[in-house]
Design a protein around this ligand. Structure first.
Ligand code: ADP
Ligand code: MG
Length: 251
């Protein structure tokens, strides 16, 4: 594995703060994500995880203070569609597909919009993305609302990778999945990563995070309380107290 000091940063978050009135949802957060990494993020509910994805993508808002740098270029003043076209794409905790369009049409729309492709290119890119997430051919003509929970996850990831991101931000993709499906999702994430896409994974399902992440960062009350090798991070007493302890207590 590449050592911390040697990794080439793809995405850098520098002293990012996000306020909502008096609430500080992100408090002076700095970290960097290496090219080709799978970077895991965990933390209790309300710790600022989704807000972090919001400020990186500008969807629906950017940071109050601080900078977001992609491949050495500041992106935090760009508009959301410019950020996605620069190569940062995200998924959402809630279903965000067009329910009445077919799976294939959804992925195609994403390729056209985010990947800025011609119609023919987008058709190819959509089919390749659907192959990559292994969505069975017979499901591709179904409307998104008729897909199963796992198939909608496949669709969500296919829609994101069809736009050819450099970095893909996944916000709790395992939510609502059964244990065997979580294992299927882990294979999907590995397959996307194998295509050369850097991945940032917010997740509550710790075994999934530990299985796929090379680096793990923990947020608590909008601040980074631990960051490093996943196995070390989950043994950190502050992390156990803030997060794992609560989980064990069923909170
Ligand atoms: P997480 O994803 O870690 O569960 P969030 O990033 O969604 O947490 O939220 C962090 C904090 O910011 C929470 O206290 C939440 O209520 C608050 N928050 C998030 N978005 C908004 C918003 N648009 N307006 C006001 N408060 C918000
Ligand atoms: Mg969240």
């Amino acid at each position: 594995m590449v050592k911390e000091g040697q990794r080439e940063p793809l995405l850098e978050i520098r002293r990012v703060t996000r306020r909502f009135g008096a609430l500080v949802a992100l408090d002076n957060v700095s970290f960097s994500i290496g090219k080709g990494e799978i970077f895991g993020i965990a933390g209790p509910n309300g710790s600022g995880k989704s807000t972090l994805f919001n400020v990186i993508t500008g969807i629906p808002f950017g940071p109050s203070e601080g900078e977001v740098i992609l491949s050495g270029r500041p992106i935090h003043r760009l508009r959301p569609h410019e950020i996605s076209r620069a190569g940062v794409l995200r998924t959402f905790q809630k279903d965000a597909e067009f329910a009445t369009l077919t799976a294939r049409e959804n992925v195609y729309a994403s390729a056209v919009y985010c990947g800025q492709m011609s119609s023919a290119e987008a058709k190819d890119a959509a089919e390749r993305a659907l192959d990559d997430v292994m969505l069975a051919k017979e499901h591709r003509t179904k409307s998104a609302s008729n897909l199963s929970v796992f198939e909608r996850k496949q669709l969500m990831i296919a829609s994101a990778i069809a736009g050819r991101p450099k970095v893909l931000l996944l916000d709790e993709p395992a939510a609502g999945l059964t244990k065997p499906e979580v294992s299927g999702l882990s294979d999907l994430i590995s397959a996307v990563h194998a295509r050369g896409i850097t991945i940032v994974l917010i997740e509550h399902v710790l075994p999934l995070l530990l299985k796929v992440s090379k680096h793990l960062m923990i947020l608590n009350h909008g601040a980074v309380i631990a960051s490093g090798e996943p196995e070390d991070v989950v043994r950190n007493p502050e992390v156990v107290e803030a997060y794992l302890g609560k989980r064990e207590a069923g909170l």
